[in-house]
Design a protein around this ligand. Sequence first.
Ligand code: SF4
Length: 346
Amino acid sequence: MTAVSPACPKTMEYGPCGGVAVDGTCEVADHRCVFLDAATVEWSGIDRDGTRMPRPGERTAAARAMRDLIATRPIVVTDFPARALSLASIDECAQALAGRVDAVLAGDAGTARVQFPPAYRASLVQRRGLPVWAGLNMRDRNRVAVEGELAALAVEGVAGVHCVTGDHTLTGHRPDAAPVFDLDSTEAVSLARAAGHLVSVAESPAAPPTAQRAPRLGEKVRAGADVCFVNHAGGVEPVRRFVDEVGSQHTELAGFIPCVPVVTDRGSAELLASFTTLVLPDGFIDRILSARDPEAEGIALAVALSEQFLEIPGVIGINLSGGRDGGEMRFATAMATTADRLGLGG
Ligand code: SF4
């Protein structure tokens, strides 16, 4: 009997995802990531048959405005820490961040898979005067629903759209839900660009196969990506190497936005340390855990790391990331304070 090859649980065409474990194990299944030993998959259209290669659309006014801002100065984007499905929490956090950061990355959360639809959430946030960079995952909707969301996000006038394949439903708090994964992040990029958005993607330089992370980003750029959010990769030098490697080959990329961890207390430090696929700068968590005032130390470290990232040629901004159930306003306030100290944003 012939052995059946393992398949990607996310049915990715342009893998691998960012969730490959450090030993090469799949994020979801009990086998090696199927892309680990394969060549980088070249962008050749949705479904890789060349028949669906959407044309880039005319940029929305909001996309042009964000591109103009990026051309003027570094930007500060933050995660949006509001409680899912809570109008009060969304309003409260939006008010805390409005005028102090340039946009919030309103995306997925492992602890709250059920969220308001992206365009509706963007509307709720933007009515408070806070621009949204909308996260769009491929786990929860097929290509038709994705195209509908992209159209609604264009009408809403979001600053950018962040296309991710997304975590599998087997991780997070709704393992009962069927995963969709009709498209993956690279395919979604082309649809978002066709809808006129400023399009970002994520890449994780520290995730296996590390040698393929830069070429893989290159394929996302060929699909239409404008900006790369760089996941925690171990500090300044790993990010610098990654930016140098990609940036020298893809000058059409507007730039890179590294993620900067914001930690407000022991609980959030320990939560961050538990994410085994994230690589933090040496001593980062220890310094916060041993500080007399962990929040003040967390903000000071976030400011210092942001300033170092912003010195890297090709880095156009930073993304203050973090959040924890029950600590929504504390995070929003800490992120706003960090942005204030950087003298950027809003
Ligand atoms: S790690 Fe990600 S890309 Fe690799 S097989 Fe698993 S789900 Fe697919």
